[in-house]
Design a protein. Structure first.
Length: 502
């Protein structure tokens, strides 16, 4: 099966402007600006809906794929709704966003209880962590190590080395938790050593970054201390992509235009402002005039699209911003269900996958009765040998890894399919922030260009954060068509405090 390229790649050579067909926006209220939104992932469709719903702009969305959703989309496999990996809508989502999604999805938006498992020291432990499991199921060696690490925190010592992902977590959690869980898991996700990752990766990716925070989260599972929403999440009945589908349909009803199969090749600027977007669709190069361009595409890709091109030092900074790819392997099993857990987490280095999920357990669906699907997440890049392997070989490897972890996988695999996501996680290499800042400062000088969403902001965020950026961007566009850059800057500062929900 062909790779599912959820983010477009830069064209080797841009066609001459004179060869492109001019595409004018649909007729509408002349006073409203025309905004081209690049990408129809959650941020793109939410921004399009908010702009059209509030009557702030005429909107055209360009998407390289044939459906909305991006990396948070869904598809059907043997009657089972499958996502591109494991996705949840966490209860901490902004109230106005949750209210809108409830109105759009109605009874299709379910409230579900999390039932995950983490493998530590050869034992499976429930996730979110619970006090009983910590006391009864954690390996004694692991518990002893954690207690010794906690005692060492009171021993004075100096460390004047630059902060990294490794140093922040060692100081907050101790060597045992880092060695047994976070470091091997991080190596698999980002493909680099913990000491080579910036400290921001720890602050933004690990919500329980200290023993105290971790214990508070565990205590929150106790009766009497447990909140009504503890360990719960929202999930659409027909897969996570149903959120983007609903936002897309709502945007269309409000007059937004979507052009699927449209691969962006250039963002043209004139007099330091955006002029139009060039894209390929159906083998034809086209140009879309726009007053503003809102890009949810990967930050470094957006920069390379701008014509005339950025200065060499800015292009060099963009080349230093990297994304980690994700290979998703789906096993169709000839049985109604594999297990009770919705997701299994694998920190051990000898098992290459990071997570295994069963989509039917996210929605609680019973149908179809003849099969279920497992989705294995394997972080890797397009140059890796695994990326090039065929579906059958990848399926056999995943089966071996599942059995090696002690999970009861019978010989009932009837089908294997794969999806490849080139831009799954931003990699926070040490020093990445200065490169990101240089790129964003140069792009910020282009009037009418706005960056938003997970990939556009180079942010390792949850979907509720991504949706928040779309709503905030729409808030910054006034009724007079002017975008409030100062207010948007304040929003971006707040977004720096986003921490991924585990």
């Amino acid at each position: 099966m062909q790779a599912d390229e959820r983010a477009p790649q830069v064209a080797d050579r841009m066609p001459a402007a004179s060869q492109a067909m001019e595409l004018q926006p649909r007729a509408g209220a002349a006073a409203r600006p025309h905004i081209a939104v690049l990408g129809a992932g959650p941020a793109g469709v939410a921004a399009a809906w908010q702009l059209a719903r509030r009557g702030l702009a005429r909107v055209t969305v360009l998407e390289a794929c044939d459906a909305p959703g991006g990396n948070a989309g869904s598809f059907e496999l043997e009657g089972v709704y499958c996502d591109y990996g494991s996705h949840r809508l966490h209860p901490v989502v902004e109230r106005r966003i949750l209210r809108d999604l409830r109105e759009l999805l109605g009874d299709e938006l379910l409230l579900r209880q999390r039932r995950g498992l983490i493998r530590l020291g050869g034992r499976w432990i429930r996730f979110p962590l619970r006090p009983f499991d910590l006391a009864a199921k954690l390996p004694p060696r692991f518990l002893l190590g954690v207690m010794l690490d906690a005692a060492r925190r009171f021993v004075p010592g100096g460390n004047h080395q630059p902060e990294t992902f490794a140093s922040v977590l060692r100081r907050g959690l101790g060597d045992t938790i880092c060695r047994e869980f976070y470091f091997p898991y991080g190596r698999k996700i980002w493909g680099v050593e913990p000491d080579a990752l910036d400290a921001a990766a720890a602050r933004r990716r690990v919500s329980a970054g200290t023993v105290g925070r971790m214990l508070r989260k565990v205590a929150g599972q106790l009766p009497g201390l447990r909140s009504a929403m503890a360990g719960k999440f929202y999930y659409p009945r027909r897969g996570y992509g149903q959120i983007s589908d609903a936002l897309h349909a709502a945007a269309v009803r409000e007059g937004a235009e979507f052009r699927f199969g449209a691969r962006v090749t250039a963002i043209e600027r004139q007099a330091n402002g955006v002029a139009c977007v060039r894209f390929e669709q159906g083998g034809c190069e086209q140009r879309l005039s726009a007053d503003s361009v809102w890009s949810t595409l990967p930050l470094n890709f957006t920069l390379r699209c701008v014509q005339p091109a950025a200065p060499p030092e800015v292009l060099a900074a963009a080349s230093r911003l990297r994304f980690r790819g994700m290979l998703l392997i789906y096993l169709v099993l000839a049985q109604p269900r594999f297990g009770d857990a919705d997701a299994y987490y694998f920190p051990e280095p000898d098992i290459p996958i990071t997570r295994l999920s069963e989509p039917k357990n996210y929605s609680g669906a019973d149908a179809p009765r003849h099969c279920t699907v497992l989705c294995a997440e394997l972080p890797c890049d397009s140059q890796d040998m695994l990326w090039q392997q065929d579906d059958a070989s990848l399926g056999r490897s995943v089966c071996q890894w599942i059995r090696a972890a002690g999970l009861p996988l019978a010989d009932t695999v009837r089908r294997v399919e794969t999806r490849r996501l080139p831009h799954a996680y931003p990699i926070y290499d040490v020093g990445y922030a200065q490169h990101q800042r240089r790129v964003e400062e140069w792009l910020g000088g282009i009037e009418g260009l706005v960056l938003l969403g997970r990939q556009g902001l180079f942010a390792h965020d949850n979907i509720h954060h991504t949706l928040a950026t779309a709503y905030a961007a729409a808030d910054c566009l006034g009724a007079d068509g002017c975008f409030d850059r100062r207010r948007w800057g304040e929003c971006l500062e707040r977004f720096q405090d986003h921490v991924v929900e585990d």
